[in-house]
Design a protein around this ligand. Sequence first.
Ligand code: MLT
Length: 264
Amino acid sequence: MHADIDGRRIHFTDSQTPGVRPLIFIHGFPFSHEMWAPQIEAVGGLRRSIAFDLRGFGKSDPGSTPFTIEFMVDDLIGLMDHLRLEKATLCGLSMGGYIALRAVERHPDRVEALVLCDTRAEADADAGKIGRAGAVASIARDGVGPFAEGFMKKLFVEQSFANRPDAVATIRRIMLANSAAAMMGHLVSMAARTDTTAALPSIAVPTLILVGEGDVLTPPDNSRAMAEAIPGAKLHVIPGAGHMSNMENPDEFNRRLVEFLRGL
Ligand code: MLT
């Protein structure tokens, strides 16, 4: 399915489960809605699951403007308007979490609850911004392939390469299918994002924070800081997982997610 948002085609899936509240999944960089397959299955009849491709990724159009996290929030709200959803639970991983955090800051009345996975509220420090510029330069020079291979090593804990070959293959396939232009655009967008730390104490919706114990990109300390700052937030560290905690240990991730959704 797709929605026409501001003249841009945004691709999404919708379980259309009747009689239950909506849950919108927001993927990380540089993936697509496909990364959420294990959660959409686990949530089953409990929620209407909607998963969309961020602009430029998967099957969504890039459009003609530069990317910013602000525009990703606009696309999310545009999709909710298209689907006539007044409120939804937002579940975002990493860059998806940056978007969810900025969405709840800008549109608190549109968010029922938050699930923040392997993410952080802090904006990039200078070293991070310089690293992003290096990544853009490497993609411009060598294409998506070498960047994707190097990035894989940061996404998964060592044992996942042996124990979760399907997850590893899926993520590699998704990354390699994305365009260099979209990857570079999202890298610059992440480098330019706002810091949402100061807004955390104002979050007034139930919040679940999940993080892989071996996440090196957004380590558990970032999650602990968010859990301390967001009133009533619950934090669970997912064992045997790195940055892709939803795919590396889906049993534990889904158990925590379903438990949270049932309690709402
Ligand atoms: C992601 O998974 O979305 C990215 O690793 C986030 C980032 O690079 O900051």
